[in-house]
Ligand binder design. Sequence first.
Ligand SMILES: [Ca+2]
Ligand SMILES: [Ca+2]
Ligand SMILES: [Ca+2]
Length: 140
Amino acid sequence: MQRTKTLVALAAILSAGASLTLGGLTLAGEPLNGGLARIDKDGDGKVSPAEWTTERAGLFKKLDADRDGKVTLDEITQFYLKAAPADDPKTQKRIDAVTAADKDGNGDGKVTLAEITALADREFKGRDKDGDGFITGDDK
Ligand SMILES: [Ca+2]
Ligand SMILES: [Ca+2]
Ligand SMILES: [Ca+2]
């Protein structure tokens, strides 16, 4: 009977979404939030550096409306205004996030794929709080 009780308790812990580590093997961690789950293409519950960079490169392509390989503030603004109005605080945050790539690059007012990739690298390292090389729900 003791064994049955233990299994019931284990099932309760797992269904609560808690992280349970047995001998270094993590059975279940915090799930990824919506935005990160979308980036997690292979669905393993972790965002790898490759998945992160691929997402950023995909965003760059969408932003570069005239496909000249550079994203201007105008292109960024037009893109995000389709998602939310100008007075939505999210709009300015999204615009700032992309223009930060230019400030970290050569500051010519245009963002290149190289600049956005370099920024993505640093963002990834900043979000991988426990430094295990992946962004997971446990990185808070
Ligand atoms: Ca993944
Ligand atoms: Ca462009
Ligand atoms: Ca991590």
